[in-house]
Ligand binder design. Structure first.
Ligand SMILES: Cc1cc2nc3c(=O)[nH]c(=O)nc-3n(C[C@H](O)[C@H](O)[C@H](O)COP(=O)(O)OP(=O)(O)OC[C@H]3O[C@@H](n4cnc5c(N)ncnc54)[C@H](O)[C@@H]3O)c2cc1C
Length: 387
């Protein structure tokens, strides 16, 4: 009996195991996960509610993928957002759509998403082995070396994720093993990551804890505008977090490395024009738009000579770095896509190898886009194995 082995029990590996077993019911399919349960990182998405996809077209998914989005066309053709949602709803998990097209389980429990995947794996007869960390790959003998024991395979799917939040089980060791098979890895950088600012207004911590809904944020590198987004923002003791900051970070990670000047311009009142601000009752506008009094007080004390309307519409903050891999949501960089067939996700180096999910040199914005990439590429990898 042919043996398909998948390494990694995140969204990508689970979906790869499901599609490979569905298409090769006579093969033995084994899913290896280093942790004692599936989908530890998946359980953290959407603040623990699991933002499993975004209800938008394939073109929009690609648009929301700052790095190598076009590589995804073929995978999204084979398994798109509607397929992901149907997969879960047809197995009894009710879904709901929230702001920015983000899809969550109605139960608001990430564990329910994992349960659907796990039940399907069990129903199909996939063998799931927990606490089974792979330490190296013997490509000559098509054998995995585990912390305890060895395992032979006919086809191997690597779905070991990126290297952010390493405590979830995905770390740089996965990339080292892929490199040991002859694949090249483009530079790994944290993306979708909180932003650090040494500006006095941040370092004074006076804005810490203030959060804003749907403010307009424009990113600049050396005064050149490179990205704009309207999303939620949170001031922290080190700088900025929340979806608006995270999404902006994906366009800034290279600039921090080059020592370029990086800044954000925040418009706290994107729906109010300068004219309205000048002419209408400012206090009323601030109240209606729930602008916190603390922001106004801090602006008045830190910038006594500047016009308040200007600060509210054009607040510029210099940035000095990111919080790094330990707090990044995704990895920028990964397996060189020239070495992977986009239609099948088969390695161009080894015909017995497929690679999917965050390990690939593709990264999207937060908001369900990375999860979509994981499910879609996982499905495609599993569905295109030739035994
Ligand atoms: C806090 C947080 C919030 C996020 N929020 C969002 C969001 O809102 N929207 C969004 O789209 N994305 C979000 N993401 C990103 C998203 O979770 C990932 O992109 C996605 O989980 C990647 O799926 P994957 O299957 O490729 O990898 P992973 O989910 O990382 O799964 C890989 C699995 O492989 C296992 N593994 C690794 N190496 C080995 C080994 N050697 N042996 C055995 N097992 C191994 C790991 O234990 C892990 O379970 C978030 C990430 C984080 C950290």
């Amino acid at each position: 009996m042919k043996h398909i082995v998948i390494v990694g029990g995140g969204p990508s590996g689970c979906m790869a195991a499901i599609s490979s077993k569905t298409l090769h019911p006579d093969a033995k399919v084994t899913l290896l996960e280093g942790n004692d349960r599936l989908g530890i990182k998946l359980r953290l998405t959407g603040g623990g509610r699991c933002n499993l996809t975004a209800n938008v077209s394939a073109d929009e998914i690609i648009k929301h993928t700052p790095r190598n989005g076009r590589f995804l066309y073929s995978s999204l053709n084979q398994f798109n957002v509607q397929d992901i949602m149907h997969f879960f709803t047809s197995r009894g998990l009710a879904l709901k759509e929230e702001d920015h097209h983000r899809i969550f389980p109605v139960s608001n429990k990430a564990g329910d998403v994992v349960s659907v995947l796990e039940n399907e794996l069990i129903k199909l007869g996939v063998e799931i082995r927990f606490k089974s960390r792979v330490v190296s790959i013997d490509d000559k003998h098509k054998k995995l070396i585990l912390e305890q024991g060895e395992l032979s395979f006919d086809h191997l799917i690597l779905a070991m994720g990126g290297c952010t939040y390493p405590q979830t089980g995905s770390d740089k060791h996965g990339f080292e093993m892929i490199e040991s098979l002859g694949h090249s890895i483009s530079e790994l950088k944290p993306a979708e990551v909180p932003l650090v600012s040494n500006a006095p207004i941040i370092q004074s911590k006076e804005l810490q804890g203030l959060s804003f809904k749907d403010v307009s944020i424009t990113s600049y590198v050396n005064d050149k505008k490179i990205f704009s987004v309207t999303h939620d923002l949170l001031f922290t003791h080190f700088g900025l977090s929340g979806p608006g900051a995270l999404q902006s970070s994906s366009y800034l990670c290279d600039a921090f490395k080059d020592n370029s000047t990086v800044s954000l311009m925040i418009d706290f009142l994107p729906n109010i024009s300068f004219e309205d601000l000048e002419n209408d009752d400012l206090d009323l506008i601030l109240m209606k738009n729930t602008i916190p009094k603390r922001l106004i007080q801090v602006f008045k004390t830190q910038f006594p000579d500047q016009d308040l309307s200007y600060l509210l519409k054009r607040f510029k903050l210099e940035l000095h770095g990111t919080r790094g891999f330990t707090t990044a949501f995704v990895t920028s960089g990964g397996v060189n896509l020239k070495e992977i067939n986009p239609k099948t996700l088969l390695s161009k180096i080894h015909p017995w190898l497929s690679i999917c999910g965050e390990s690939l040199d593709v990264n999207s914005l937060t908001g369900g886009f990375n999860m979509t990439v994981a499910f879609s590429t996982g499905y495609t990898a599993g569905a295109n194995i030739e035994l």
